[in-house]
Write a protein that binds this ligand. Structure first.
Ligand code: ATP
Length: 437
């Protein structure tokens, strides 16, 4: 392969060779003229030097300008160098893996590499890489690209709408996307900067409100992930009404009791009652909203400054297993209460967050799971868990996830599983909730 690489060149390499040869030639020529003139005292350098030196500097200036424009030097010299080295590595990789079309230039065979566009953001920590689709049968897979990207890693890849480019969303693997908060005040300050009706997850991720699924093995950081979202809902300017269902009476129910004792349930019957009340309230809002929709068709609860109602259902699998021991009528009734919220709640502002260790179909019915727009799989999950959460055939990364780190999908934000890392909360959660109450 290396022999073939040496025999094929690109037009950019050829132009480069031409420019450097011209520069070397002009410099040597200028030096030789100066030496001869010095020896023979002809006095020609008086005329030739300004001319030759101007040409040499003009060529250098034009080359620097081209380099700066190509590498977006207006965005800073660090940006330009990162851009340059990334493009250079990619071009070398394409040459090594013969990912190019053959063209003829001045009767010489040259490799026509795909066009590369890179747009880095957020201090070079993330970026969007577009590689021209040159219609080769060869696979331009994420792993091939990641190898060429040094510290950058491909997070998501897809074909552009017009199919002219492969798009790779990349991130700097050296950068920690997790936010750390050492006090509630710090947390509050950050929360208040987030746009309305959104909750932040990490430095790069914020999501709108939806019914959601949180899956993660024990100790993966699910409960802390929820704490970070609950605290935001308590702190933000918009109003959130929280409800807690926790059949195992775990630490989340302690928080629930503190925040809203009358909207917290921890045994089967209490939970069913809570679900009924939640549904009744939703239906009441449905009538109210219907009247208001006469003024604004596509509006949601938020447009009329109504609060969001979020029912956090911890250990849903445990509740579901108990539900299976009940008669069919009861089972259908309860599942209908749940599915109505999942299917109708978005516009009305009613959401359920299901929290569980696995999301297999015997633990949460498939029709409910598939209608949850937002899904998180936190920590190192089994392949089966990723498959049930995100669907088969979806590319999920094998990565050694840390506490609170995982993958998520969310409409418009992450159609394919994307990385996320919930905040590290280095303060006492109970005290924080107490102080907010
Ligand atoms: N984001 C975080 N900030 C601070 N500590 C964390 C965070 N995530 C996890 N931890 C630590 O890890 C422990 C386990 O996390 P957590 O209770 O959230 O896991 P879990 O997935 O909810 O487990 P289980 O299903 O057993 O409740 C916590 O007690 C806490 O000490």
């Amino acid at each position: 392969m290396s022999i073939r690489n040496r025999t094929i060149s690109t037009s950019r390499i050829q132009n480069g060779i031409f420019v450097y040869t011209a520069l070397t030639f002009l410099t040597i020529f200028t030096v030789i003229i100066s030496i001869i003139d010095n020896l023979l005292n002809i006095g020609v350098t008086k005329y030739s030097n300004p001319f030759l030196i101007t040409i040499i500097f003009s060529i250098i200036t034009v080359q620097i300008l081209i380099w700066m424009i190509r590498n977006k030097g207006n965005r800073g010299i660090r940006y330009a160098f990162t851009h340059y080295s990334t493009v250079l590595n990619l071009r070398k990789t394409f040459l090594d893996s013969t990912y190019y079309n053959i063209r003829f230039h001045l009767n010489k065979k040259i490799a026509q590499l795909p066009k590369i566009k890179i747009d880095f953001e957020k201090g070079l920590s993330i970026g969007k890489l577009s590689i021209e689709n040159i219609h080769l049968e060869k696979d331009l897979s994420s792993s091939n690209i990641s190898i060429a990207l040094n510290r950058y890693v491909v997070e998501r890849s897809y074909l552009s709408r017009d199919e002219k480019y492969y798009i790779f969303e990349i991130y700097d693997s050296n950068i920690n996307r997790q936010l750390t908060f050492e006090s509630l005040d710090e947390f509050q300050e950050y929360s208040l900067k987030i746009e309305e009706q959104h909750l932040f997850i990490d430095k790069f991720t914020k999501i709108p409100m939806h019914s959601s699924l949180f899956v993660g093995q024990t100790g993966s950081g699910k409960t802390y992930a929820l704490y970070s979202l609950i605290l935001q809902m308590l702190l933000q300017k918009e109003l959130y009404n929280l409800y807690f269902a926790d059949p195992k009476s775990s630490s989340l129910s302690v928080i629930g009791e503190k925040i809203t004792a009358h909207n917290s349930a921890s045994n089967f019957n209490e939970i069913v009652n809570l679900l009924e009340d939640f549904n009744d309230l939703m239906n009441q809002y449905k009538f109210e909203l219907k009247e208001k929709l006469g003024t604004k068709l596509e509006a949601t609860y938020a447009d009329f400054a109504n609060p969001a109602h979020v029912l956090i259902f911890d250990e849903f699998a445990s509740f579901h297993t108990e539900l299976q021991t009940k008669d069919k009528k009861k089972r259908d009734e309860v599942m209908s209460l749940i599915s109505q919220v999942v299917l109708q709640g978005r516009q009305l502002g009613f959401f359920i967050w299901f929290v569980m260790q696995k999301s297999d179909s015997n633990l949460i019915p498939t029709y409910i799971r598939e209608n949850l727009p937002v899904k998180f799989v936190i920590g190192n999950a089994e392949t089966q868990t990723n498959k049930t959460a995100f669907g088969t055939g979806v590319d999920t990364k094998e990565k050694n996830f840390q506490l609170g780190e995982g993958l998520f999908v969310c409409p418009l934000i992450a159609n394919q599983p994307k990385l996320c890392h919930f905040s590290y909360l280095d303060f006492n959660i109970l005290e924080a909730v107490d102080s907010l109450n």
